[in-house]
Ligand binder design. Structure first.
Ligand code: GTP
Ligand code: MG
Length: 335
């Protein structure tokens, strides 16, 4: 009798536990649904606000476009995909070479030139053998605003929404196309690095224009670039007082210094692995440190963000955001 009572009590407790678990799961489903609904509402309000202002609404990718972009870049969940994009001739291919420790003309290096060179999204796996580099794939994305790629279609047509990171390169003026890329990166929650390239050339030109010394031209170039980007971000509504996120920063670099620092890091790693010091005169990297501006910081931040991205469960998050946007697009009939 006693045993029966105990058994029936155990069953009651088990039933209560299951009921509690089912209640919690239902609550979680409800919370997720509300979150998605809220995200959709925000997107809808934003689109309506833009339509009311006469601004062309955001064109969101359809599921087919999303799948096609994934297939085109051979998206691999185990890898990290860096898109290097920006205006034609801004130095994207040169930067990819430097990030990969190569210079123009080396085997496997991207083509570089004064005419429009990169016309197709081109895939460059990182040739370095040590982690995390075998996970990195660099993508050279054709320039925006050229004869071949109409500006307004740039982000979607290049399938930039698929990438894990975007490096946005500009060499001259920060334009509306660049601002649109940033806006889209925020929408798709893609970490973005804004890079002002060809610093060495720009500083030389500025010293010439202003008839000043190289150090003076360098200070002027750095201050003006940072101030100008900030103003442009504010003008495009990408950075407002009271924003929770810090405003995006600009990394001012030259390809030769990016290469110099990349080679320096490689040599440091080699020395550590082999417990040997490379004689100073045989070193290829670390020779131009007095010319560095933001090269070291850029490489550091790229690696750190890649590390966070690799080990945080954010990939599923980005897919969730994408699916929310796709639903929003379907409801708005924009996709
Ligand atoms: N001085 C200097 N020249 C650079 C630098 N980076 C690129 N260039 C030059 O700028 C020109 C364009 O460089 P690319 O790397 O081909 O530029 P891109 O953005 O890939 O060009 P497209 O593929 O045509 O869009 C070339 O003549 C390069 O040699 C740099 O850091 N310093
Ligand atoms: Mg190129």
């Amino acid at each position: 009798m006693e045993k029966q009572k105990l058994e029936s009590k155990r069953r009651e407790e088990e039933a209560a536990r299951r009921e509690e678990q089912a209640r919690k799961e239902a609550e979680e489903r409800q919370r997720l649904a509300e979150e998605e609904h809220a995200a959709f509402q925000r997107e809808l309000e934003e689109t309506n606000r833009k339509l009311a202002k006469g601004i062309q609404p955001v064109v969101l990718p359809t599921q087919e476009e999303y799948d096609a972009a994934e297939a085109k870049v051979q998206y691999d969940i185990e890898r990290l995909h860096f898109a290097v994009c920006g205006p034609s001739g801004s130095g994207k291919s040169s930067l990819i070479n430097s990030f990969r420790g190569l210079k123009k003309g080396d085997g496997g290096a991207a083509d570089v030139g004064i005419v429009e060179t990169t016309l197709e999204v081109t895939r460059y796996p990182d040739p370095r053998k040590e982690m995390p580099y075998p996970r990195f794939i660099w993508f050279d994305v054709p320039g925006a605003g050229t004869f071949n790629i109409p500006a307004w279609q740039y982000f979607n047509q290049q399938g930039l929404f698929i990438f894990d990171f975007i490096v946005l390169v500009y060499d001259n003026r920060f334009t509306q196309i660049d601002a649109d890329v940033l806006d889209n990166c925020r929408r798709f929650k893609i970490p973005v690095f804004i890079v002002r390239s060809k610093a060495n050339m720009q500083i030389r030109n500025l010293a010439d224009d202003e008839q000043c010394s190289t150090p003076e031209a360098r200070t002027l170039f750095v201050t003006t670039t940072r101030k100008n980007l900030q103003e442009n971000l504010e003008k495009s509504g990408l950075c407002k007082p009271g924003d929770l996120e810090p405003p995006p920063r600009v990394y001012i670099v030259s390809r030769e210094c990016v290469l110099d620092h990349t080679l320096h890091l490689e040599e440091q790693r080699w020395e550590k692995r082999n417990k040997t010091i490379i004689p100073k005169e045989e070193k290829k990297g670390g020779r131009l440190t007095d010319k560095y501006i933001d090269e070291e910081q850029l490489i550091h931040d790229l690696l750190e963000t890649a590390y966070d991205r690799r080990y945080a469960p954010s990939r599923s998050r980005s897919l969730r955001v994408t699916s929310t946007l796709l639903q929003a697009a379907a409801k708005l009939n924009l996709g």
